[in-house]
Design a protein around this ligand. Sequence first.
Ligand code: NAD
Length: 486
Amino acid sequence: MTDIVEYRKLFIGGEWTEPAGDDIIEVVSPHSEQVVGRVPHATPEDADRAVAAAREAFDKGPWPRMPIAGRIEVVTRIKDALAARHQELAELVTLQNGSPILFSVRGQALSAVGVFATALAAAAQFKEEDERQGTGGPVLVRREPVGVVAAITPWNVPQLTIAGKLAPALLAGCTVILKPSPETPLDANWLAELCADAGLPAGVLSVLPAGRETGAHLVAHPGIDKVAFTGSVGAGKAIMAAAAQNLTRVSLELGGKSAAILLDDADLSVAVPAIVGGTCAANSGQACVALTRVLVPASRYDEVAAVLTGAFAGLEVGDPSDPASVVGPMVTKDQQQRNLDYIRIGQEEGAKVLTGGGIPEGRTTGWYVEPTLFGDVTNDMRIAREEIFGPVVCLIRYETQDEAVALANDSEFGLSGAVFGADAERATEVARQVRTGTITVNGFRLDLAAPFGGYKNSGIGREFGPEGLAAYFEYKTVNLPAPAKA
Ligand code: NAD
C-alpha cells in the first residue's frame, strides 16, 4: 500500500495558502483503484487571488524587468533540479495517471527537462530589441512579455505540457497561473515547490488544481493576458470563444488522428517498431501525437496486418510501475469505457478486430484495455475519424500514393504523422504533402527543439524551441526621432 501524497494548502502568489473552499480532489491510481493523493480543489475565489498576485508580480515586480540573463539563471536552476530529480517526478506521474514507468521517465520527466533546455537555448539567442530603418525614420522594435499567462494542462503528459508553457513564459518575463488537470495535481504541486526552492520570486507562479469551472473562470478573467491550453478540441473551442470576450491571446494544443503512411517499399523492420512506439507504447495510446491510422498499400496489406498483429499481441500489459510493462491502464474508468465503446462501434461499422478488443484476461482491478488492432477500416468510419485516446489502431488500405496522401489529409485533425519508405527522398516528398504540424520520415519523433503544434482542429500556435519562446512576446514599435542633420 502506497502512502497517500497529501497537500492541505494551495500554492498561490509564492506561498502555501489556505484554500477558500473545503472541496478535496482525490487522486485515484488507475492501476490499484486506491486513493493515492489528496489536494484542495481550487475555487474561482482562489483563482481571483492567484490572478491578483500574478498581476502584481507582472505589473510591479522584478521578474519582467530584470535583464533576461537573470531569468535564465533561475530557469536553469529549475531545469537542473528537474533533471536531478527526474526519477522521483516520473514515479509521481505514474502513480497518478498510470503511465508506464519507462515512458514516464523518457516521455514525461526527461522530455520536460528537454523542453526547458531548448527554451533556455532559444533564450540565450534572444534579442530584446533591434533597430531598423523604417519608411519614415529609425524604428526600435521591442519584444515585451505578453503578461499574465493562464496555463491549462491535461493529465496525459502533464509535465511535458506544463514545461512547453512554463519554460518559455518564465524566460520571456511573464507570470504564470498553472491549472493542471484534476487527475494529475500532485506533480504540479511538486513542481511549485521545486520552482520556489530554485528562487522564483513570489507571485511569478501559482498552481490551481481544479476542474473546468475554475479553468473557465480563469479564461474569462480580465486580468489574464494569454491562455496557453493543451487538451481536447471541445474544450479548446470553448476556451477560444470565452477568451474572445477580452481578446485574450490563446494558444491551443489539441487532439489528433494522425496517419502513418507505409509506402510500397517500406521496410517493416523500421516501420513496425515506430508504429508500436507511436501508438500503444506511447503512454498506452493516450497521446495526442499517436499514429492511430496506419495507411497500407493494398498489395502489402496481408503482410503488414500479420506483422503488426503479432507485434501488438506480444506487448506486455500491466502494472505501470513495473519497467517491463509497455502498456498500462487508461487514466480513468470513463476513459477505459470510451475505448471499449469505440471497439464496439468499430465492429458495428464493419471493421475486424485483428488482435485485442477488450479488457485483458484476468484484469479485474485497474482500467486496462488490450492493445487492439482493427483491420478492414475505411477512412469514413468513426474509429478512423474520432480521437479514441487509447491503444486502438486502424489499418486502412490504399491503392496509389496520391490516395494515401488524400486519406492522410482527410481528417479534421493535423497534429502528427509518419511516412515510411526505402527511398528517403520520396518519403520526404510525401511528408511535404501532408497537412500536419509534425511528420517524421522513417520513424516516430517529437523533437523538442522544433516547433510543435497543429493544423486544422489540432490547434493554433506552436510550442518548443525558438518559436515556442516567441509565442510569449508582444512586439512593440518605438518610432525614433530622425537623427539631427549634420
Ligand atoms: P480536457 O480538454 O478535458 O482538459 C484539459 C484541461 O482543460 C484540464 O485541465 C481541464 O480541467 C481544462 N478544461 C476543460 N474545459 C475547460 C474550459 N471550458 N475552460 C477552461 N479549462 C477547461 O482534455 P484531457 O482529457 O485532460 O486531455 C486529453 C486531450 O488533450 C486529448 O484530446 C489530447 O489529444 C489532448 N492533448 C493534446 C496535446 C497537444 O500538444 N496537442 C498534448 C496532450 C494532450
